[in-house]
Write a protein that binds this ligand. Sequence first.
Ligand code: URA
Length: 432
Amino acid sequence: MTSMPTIVETIEAKRDGRELTDEQIRDAVSGFTSGTVPDYQMSALLMAITLRGMTVDESIALTAAMIASGNVLNLSSIPGTKFDKHSTGGVGDKVSLAFVPIIAAAGLPIAKMSGRGLGLTGGTLDKLESINGFQVSLSAEEIVAQVRAIGACICAQTDSIAPADKLIYALRDVTGTVESIPLIASSVMSKKIAGGSDYILIDLKVGRGAFIKNITDARQLADLMQTIGESHGKKVVIELTNMNVPLGRAVGNLVEVKEAADLLRGGEVDPRLNALIIHIAQGVLDLAGSDATVQAIISSGAAWQKFTEIVEAQGGDIGAIDRWDDVVPVEVVRAETAGYVCDIDAEIVGRMAMQLGAGRAAKDDCIDPKAGVWLSAGVGEYVSAGGALAKLYGDPNEAELAATNLRRAYRVSDDHPELPPLVIDEFAIDRS
Ligand code: URA
């Protein structure tokens, strides 16, 4: 008679570099979620996984166990193919704010569950909450009802979506086990698969201002996420995009909503931000077999109309967005010498925005919705000596230090720089 493997045997097996069985993985995850496996044993297992890695089969089993810890959102009463998008997070990344209304305006239903910011990367929920009244907490029934009514919602993940991931992530955050490719892949994919959509587009940010700093790791993570998604019958498209330089001009909360709103209203915005949103949204429209173009959806006013419907359906005051124009900067950072902006370090800009109050260093920190940075000069642009590089908003006590660092984030040279590519690689559905 074989006895059930104990959690200690599971930890030892991984410590010694052996492959875990589905049963061992399932028992560890369900035991931890129900409280029978304590934090110290789960921490030991997570560290063993971080050091020894996981096979593809183990990663698939881990994802399945995390999905099984909760419910899968049932979107079957919403007609049509359902799309979802996820970003691994970056500085100034407001793509979801524009992507969701564009896709919904084209008639593709989207139930977008987003997260909060931690560290230098911002979170879509914090950005939306900078609009007075905007409610991010919707029940599963409210999500389905809103998507049926207006085609889209942007909300927090419900408590029943992969609860094991939430518990495991909290432990990883304090045990040095965040940077493990199988743990990241199963964490992201368990939530996305439990979100119930048919197609999942992942914007995997790579570079100084992102969680994944190098392209080799990014490719490995992309490949694993795609394999996990396919094993659950999902179509997964992954874009590896550049996060060395902040995306667009705004870094913060209300300021990013304002920048996304300007794009949706057809205003003039940062060309790299515009190009990335068009690339990602058009890719999804093409996949869906739609003959709509993102440009036409924006210029017809349909994208802005859809954004307004989403904000109003979730209790937000759409007028709050343009009140950004009345917010006064606490400091303007000026160029010491004239030249072309050839680099802006996303990591420094992200840290300074956080310092000014736009982000949180710890999970329970409060954020100031009006804090942030506006990059007056973008990469490739010419700036004269004394011209504005950036405007800082938020805590005046942090302004001087932030200004010094912001000046360091900029590199200005006599020659017009070659701009770094926006899209580094693509993992499309039909891989050869
Ligand atoms: N985002 C997630 O949701 N999980 C990770 O592990 C890393 C980034």
